[in-house]
Design a protein around this ligand. Sequence first.
Ligand SMILES: Cc1cc2nc3c(=O)[nH]c(=O)nc-3n(C[C@H](O)[C@H](O)[C@H](O)COP(=O)(O)OP(=O)(O)OC[C@H]3O[C@@H](n4cnc5c(N)ncnc54)[C@H](O)[C@@H]3O)c2cc1C
Length: 463
Amino acid sequence: MDRTDPLFLETLAARLCDALGADAVTAAPEARYRGDRAEPGAADTRFLLALPRDVEGVRATLRLAHETGTPVVPRGAGSGLSGGAVAIDGGIVLGLERLRAIREIDPLDEVAVVEAGVITADLSAALAPQGFFYAPDPASVTISTIGGNVATNAGGLHCAKYGVTRESVLALEVVLADGTLLRTGHRSLKGVTGLDLTQLLIGSEGTLAVIVAVTVRIRPLPVARRTVLARFPTTAQAADGVNAISRSPVRPAATELLDAGALADIDALGGSSLGATGTGAVLLLELDGYGIEEQTADLISVLTGAGGKVQVIEAAAEAEQLWELRRSSRAAGGGRARLGEDVAVPKSRLAEMFAQLAEIGRRHGIRTSAVAHAGDGNLHPALSLPDVPEDPSVALPAPILAAADEVVRTALELGGTISGEHGIGTTKQHWLDLELSPASRDLQHRLKQAFDPHGLLNPGRAL
Ligand SMILES: Cc1cc2nc3c(=O)[nH]c(=O)nc-3n(C[C@H](O)[C@H](O)[C@H](O)COP(=O)(O)OP(=O)(O)OC[C@H]3O[C@@H](n4cnc5c(N)ncnc54)[C@H](O)[C@@H]3O)c2cc1C
């Protein structure tokens, strides 16, 4: 088959249909399959959508792509925020959404084996009756897939205590660019044989292999949970509260910081009153596990000592409502020209990062606000121009882009990184050289070549 032939995609579609079945392939996919939540993708992109039902279907798709030199974009739920799952003209979007089996839950080994297309929240729901949960919980937990979470090494609210996705993955089943099925890692909690390909594949954003199944570590449901809200007069004091926790023996399961701007947006969207008069920032925390009363007393003492007004949220419904407000914070402040960023700094430098963010906003004449997974130093600044309406079809105003550039550089200067959890995709590539040395980038390209010699897997993304 000749890729320059104008009928190439039609011929490829016919061959894919033969291999996967006609209902698993379309040449006229819905618009949502063109891109993700950051990049809608160009309307005139011509691509095939393959939605195989099983691992053999994934292998057949990749074998055909390999044979014909066709680029492949692996896709979970398309909830990504870095333009990683954007269709390529003349390529295949390989959706994993039909690989939805939870193959096994084993409480004795404390593992579950799940297929890539399982929605992350569905795994925890399946584990709950057996007294377990899966810890990494991105705010998109009800809409993103385990495969996508592994491909982006997703973080989440409970990652402050339990670690990001990579700390809950023991083994992977992946399909290489030529269709070869490969198993990496081990089911035992320990294991050091050979190079750690599992950890290399985690966070590789679909550039090295297609993940089809994951062996994850599961944890016992905590015997108790407690939500605590602490109001501070300023963001700097709230960040000091985080430092005070670090110096204490208390380790909350979640520590989220919301500044005044973020609180105002959330209140406007959800009708809440988190940003009540005198509140410059809020820490929203969850404690879990044994000794919950002792942990709560210690946390109250630590946060009060740091200048916080602390409230223990006793009612489960009220606590859930607060966490839901936090999870929906990305939608708050919509309707105006806005860029959501994702950077991380060592958590002791959060106060400096927040101060710099405000200063950058002032210098560029834009509004800034931020929510942070403060327990692991990961900020999501929102940079906006309230008087300019949101319009995804035009480029963001120059002051927002210039401010974003400074935000990223500031995070690096403070010892952090250009992406805490959303990944590089297509949207952050122009900053890669700021963080990675030429030697590191060169080695990464050579690793990519070893996995995918013809450069067909998500080409031009992440690396
Ligand atoms: C409201 C909202 C809140 C969010 N909150 C968080 C958060 O708290 N933490 C966080 O980390 N992220 C968050 N995100 C971003 C996003 O949900 C995560 O990056 C998520 O892990 C993406 O999963 P997905 O299944 O949607 O993957 P997609 O968006 O489909 O893909 C993401 C990347 O992974 C690759 N990929 C997907 N599946 C596979 C596979 N099976 N094999 C190989 N490569 C694959 C794609 O090619 C792409 O590069 C949020 C997004 C939204 C919309």
